[in-house]
Design a binder for this molecule. Structure first.
Ligand code: FPP
Length: 258
């Protein structure tokens, strides 16, 4: 009998990562994977390090997982790098987090370009420091013609604000005759969200044992498969990513049907 939660527990699981990757690629690979990268602070605390050390280690994991996702044929990888609520953190931590995109892109952009990765961002740009925005916009521009994986940074992103803003735009466009009230459908509404050019995520991964959405892609995750792990984000490995996809491939998606 197939175990629904983790089919690999009851099947012959190939042993090496390489074999597991080949097996994954022979089946339907999730087109869009979204990740809530949680547990950086706890990772650092366990090592008596400042919280920012955990974020720095977490940044390296983003690079590793981006490379693998691209190799697997995933089309979009959305990573929750900073929420609209994260401004409440101590200034030192916020300042560090706002410098990370520059460091990440300063270090890895040439490799991302070589791998045909396209960098995108969703979130409120207005509150971002100029240096952060400059780095992200340069990366978006430098990679705009790339056709491989889309690495989509959720940066100063909040889902309720996104939905509310979309509602207001729909109302305005309807009042101005740009859209007809009768044509307001799920599809049309989706086109007003920050993800208008992306498919909804097929798989959501959250690390660190927290089982919540934390204001992340509330509309877009309606039919997404969820995979949670106790592993802290800086410890998240290629094997964990592969495991999440293996579990996804063993699930039956019905989208409300039978
Ligand atoms: C949540 O862990 C993590 C964040 C708020 C930041 C996530 C950012 C990264 C992983 C760095 C990647 C960034 C780039 C630009 C590549 P937490 O700090 O809430 O952890 P805790 O719950 O253990 O305290």
């Amino acid at each position: 009998m197939l175990n629904k939660i983790n089919p690999w527990k009851t099947q012959n699981k190939p042993s090496s990562l390489h074999e597991r990757i080949d097996q994954i690629k022979s089946q339907e690979v999730p087109s869009h994977i979204a990740i809530i990268m949680d547990g950086n602070g706890r990772w650092a605390k366990k090592r008596s390090l400042p919280r920012i050390a955990g974020h720095h280690e977490g940044m390296k994991v983003v690079r590793k997982i981006t490379k693998l996702a691209n190799q697997l044929g995933v089309k979009t990888l959305t990573v929750y790098a900073f929420s609209t609520e994260n401004w409440k953190r101590p200034k030192r931590e916020v300042d560090f987090l706002m410098k990370l995109p520059e460091e990440f892109l300063g270090t890895f952009l040439p490799e991302l370009i070589e791998e045909n990765v396209r960098v995108k961002m969703m979130g409120y740009k207005d509150k971002l420091p100029a240096h952060t925005l400059k780095a992200v916009e340069k990366a978006m521009d430098d990679t705009k013609d790339n056709t491989g994986l889309i690495l989509n940074f959720a940066l100063n992103y909040g889902s309720r604000a996104e939905i509310l803003e979309a509602v207001n735009k729909v109302i305005t466009d309807s009042k101005n005759g740009i859209i007809e009230e009768e044509t307001i459908s799920e599809e049309l509404f989706s086109s007003y969200l920050m993800t208008s050019e992306l498919k909804d995520p097929d798989l959501l991964i959250r690390t660190s044992g927290e089982i919540r959405l934390s204001n992340f892609m509330l509309w877009q995750l309606a039919y997404t498969e969820f995979w949670f792990t106790e592993v802290l984000w800086p410890d998240f490995s290629e094997e964990h990513f592969v495991e999440a996809i293996e579990v996804f491939q063993g699930r039956q998606r019905r989208f409300g049907g039978v």
